[in-house]
Design a binder for this molecule. Sequence first.
Ligand code: ZN
Length: 129
Amino acid sequence: MSEKPTIEQYKQNIEEGDFQAYKCVGCGTIKAIPTGSCYSCGGNEMEWARVSGKGNLVSFTVIHVAPEEFQDEAPYIVAIVELEEGTRVSARLVGFDPLKPEEIKLSIPLRLEYEKGSSGRTYLSFRPV
Ligand SMILES: [Zn+2]
């Protein structure tokens, strides 16, 4: 894809199960979360980058009191995942019981998948490998 990445398209890609990260044209840094400028070189020219979908669990939080839109889905787990490409993304963590967070170990390998929520939206999610 050659068009300039937009947040709208970023969300649309997730909705279609085709997650893509941003890549800085100037220095090649990959960023999983849409941002206007590169934290490595300050450049603001971005292109799309496909990612492997492999990552490791950095941290997580169990959401018990969710925003209204997601209330029916609580409790659920939101994780920070470091992708193989060296960037971090926030996503749902699935494959665990949100009521037993003590069973979740940091640094475990995860893989990207998509979850359709009861709100009808599709989320990025990660599951243990
Ligand atoms: Zn850069």
